[in-house]
Design a protein around this ligand. Structure first.
Ligand code: IPM
Ligand code: MN
Length: 356
């Protein structure tokens, strides 16, 4: 298969982990006889430094021209503590999502057996958890009108959803549930929010088209609680942009670490595959970041954008074997891990490559 992959490492540890993700793609192409070509583009803080724009037009053009995008992370602490900054790395991310029509963000939460002990949740509660989140990614309070009034003393962010926007993400979630445990949990705040009442109405109206799927509706506060109380009760979860942002960070603890979670953002055009962790400036340059989320993002890319399931499985199995061999990065090590088994970003990357 001939494909053209755009690598967008972004900021901080995004650069370190994406390097490993790319090496894995190169290895897969070699093993399975594919012809992948790579291009690279700037986004986030590095793009602001170079061009003044977090998502330069050149990057966007390259994105549109590629078959899939392996993405790192964007962000820099200098903006986090400066709420007055007018240009911010995250604007690039949001613009990319909107411009590429990436309305469906898939975040699979799957626990590798070897990491049962790495979570702060009890192993007997976690064992067997396997959740697929569908977070709506181009609407909600993220993209509504926002601003200040009363001389800047009052601020507002408007949350907005159209029937069409809810329906297209809900359909994706229903369809995914069909290929899995046939359970769909729709999370909203319909007891308070009008957008959530529309959300629930739309999901309820679709349900008869999917009679094989058991649908439940949960309020987001209760879902947040149930996620750590009894994660196994969830199969596919579909929710709005902001709720999905928060719930998936919480759910990452089911997988032991944010460093293990990949995501796919898909919709109208090129798919973007990225770790759910951020730019990790506290550990940038130390060579300790866990590259597995990037490697698993590469696996999702092969599976979802290219339909290369065997190749994707080969990657997941290599990670499984590395974990079984006892190797860990710092974030997933525990008191039983011998110091010589705690590897840095590149070294654990080499262990993964060896096993593909
Ligand atoms: C994510 C991130 C982004 C979001 C930030 C960096 C804008 O937290 O992808 O989950 O809130 O969507
Ligand atoms: Mn987030």
């Amino acid at each position: 298969m001939k494909k053209n992959i755009l690598i967008v490492p972004g900021d901080g540890i995004g650069q370190e982990v994406t390097e490993v993700g790319k090496k894995v793609l190169i290895k897969i192409a070699e093993k399975f006889g594919h012809e992948f070509t790579y291009d690279e583009a700037l986004m986030g803080h590095v793009a602001i430094e170079a061009t003044g724009n977090p998502l330069p037009d050149e990057t966007l053009e390259k994105m549109r021209a590629s078959d899939a995008i392996l993405f790192g992370a964007v962000g820099h602490p200098k903006y986090d503590n400066d709420p007055t900054a007018k240009v911010r790395p995250e604007q690039g991310l949001l613009k990319m999502r909107k411009e590429l029509g990436l309305y469906a963000n898939l975040r699979p939460i799957k626990l590798f057996d070897e990491l049962l002990g790495a979570s702060s949740i009890k192993p007997e509660i976690l064992k067997g958890s396997d959740i697929l989140f569908f977070r709506e990614l181009t609407g909600d309070i993220y993209f509504g009108e926002k601003g200040r009034k009363n001389d800047g003393d009052t601020a507002y962010d408007i949350a907005e959803y159209s029937r069409y926007e809810v329906e297209r993400i809900a359909r994706k979630a229903f369809e995914a549930a069909r290929t899995r445990g046939k359970k769909l949990c729709s999370v909203d705040k319909a007891n308070v929010l009008e957008t959530s009442r529309l959300w629930r109405e739309v999901v309820q109206a679709l349900a008869p088209e999917y009679p094989d799927i058991t649908v439940e509706h949960q309020f987001v506060d209760s879902a947040a609680m149930m996620l750590i109380k009894d994660p196994r009760r969830f199969d596919v979860v579909v929710t709005a942009n902001l709720f999905g942002d928060i719930l998936t960070d919480e759910a990452s603890q089911i997988a032991g670490s944010m460093g293990m979670l990949a995501s796919a953002s898909v919709g109208d055009s090129t798919g973007v595959y990225e770790p759910i962790h951020g730019s990790g400036h506290d550990i940038t340059g130390m060579g300790v970041a866990n590259p597995m989320a990037s490697v698993l993002s590469a696996a999702l890319l092969l599976d979802i954008s290219f339909g290369l399931k065997a190749e994707s499985d080969a990657i997941i199995s290599a990670i499984d074997q590395v974990l079984k061999a006892g190797f860990r990065t710092r974030d997933i090590a525990d008191s039983t891990t011998a110091p010589e088994f705690i590897l840095g970003t590149d070294a654990i990357g080499e262990e993964i490559l060896k096993r593909i």
